[in-house]
Design a binder for this molecule. Structure first.
Ligand SMILES: [Zn+2]
Length: 232
């Protein structure tokens, strides 16, 4: 087992690992993701506000039709020729007029309440729309910056990947496969020296049986962290 080749591969791969990490941890990327989420939240809020506005409109129409009915009854009372009515009928009309009048006042208060709710809703809607616009703009800005960074890094990344695939050809296939499995899990370094009787990655002590396999073969996969342990 040619450990030096694996170590050379890993050394070059450490550059790629750093580069990939810098892309993963990129601040603009994080901002873009946050702003995308903010825009989504604002959009959902505006849908909700829209539904609330529709309900208020229904309520308004309902009250309006009740108001029109009561108002019509009231107009009918006023249109009556009181002089042609008996005292008892006039008294009945007076009671009805008071009742209608109270109903109309209640409905007017409901109108005022709906108007206030509408105003609050509208102001909330405007705020939400502004928040949505702002999030969208900040998203576009951060996304553009991140894309630029990524495209600037792309040639170096491609170059490293090319060199690595060429180095890979000189290494045992099983080792390469095992290495890549750990690598996609963002475990780094993958290949570690034996430290005393322990794995140089996770510091778990190896059994005597495993130690002898390691000494015989030169490499061993750690049972605990699955890194590749080596001895020279
Ligand atoms: Zn380990």
């Amino acid at each position: 087992m040619d450990i030096d080749k694996i170590l050379e591969y890993q050394k070059l791969d450490s550059e790629l690992f750093k580069l990939e990490k810098s892309i993963r941890d990129n601040a603009d990327k994080k901002t873009a993701s946050q702003m995308q989420n903010n825009a989504k939240v604002a959009q959902e809020r505006s849908y909700k506000l829209n539904d609330m506005a529709k309900n208020l409109e229904k309520e308004y129409n309902n009250i309006k039709s009740q108001f029109d009915i009561q108002k019509k009854k009231m107009d009918e009372i006023f249109a009556k020729d009181v002089d042609s009515l008996s005292a008892e009928e006039v008294e009945k009309l007076k009671v009805l007029k008071d009742k209608l009048s109270a109903n109309l006042s209640t409905l007017e208060r409901n109108f005022a309440r709906i108007a206030e709710s509408m105003n609050n809703l509208l102001s909330d809607f405007n705020k939400t729309r502004k928040a949505f616009q702002m999030a969208k703009e900040q998203y576009a800005d951060a996304k553009a910056k991140f894309d630029k960074t990524q495209s600037e890094l792309a040639p170096h990344k491609a170059e490293l990947e090319k060199k690595l695939s060429s180095l890979e050809k000189g290494i045992d296939k099983d080792i390469v496969e095992s290495y890549k499995k750990r690598r996609v899990e963002n475990i780094f370094p993958v290949v570690v020296p034996l430290a005393g009787n322990c794995c140089g990655g996770c510091r778990t002590e190896l059994s005597l049986a495993n130690l002898s396999v390691l000494k015989e073969k030169g490499v061993l996969t750690c049972e605990h962290c699955h890194r590749i342990i080596y001895v020279k």
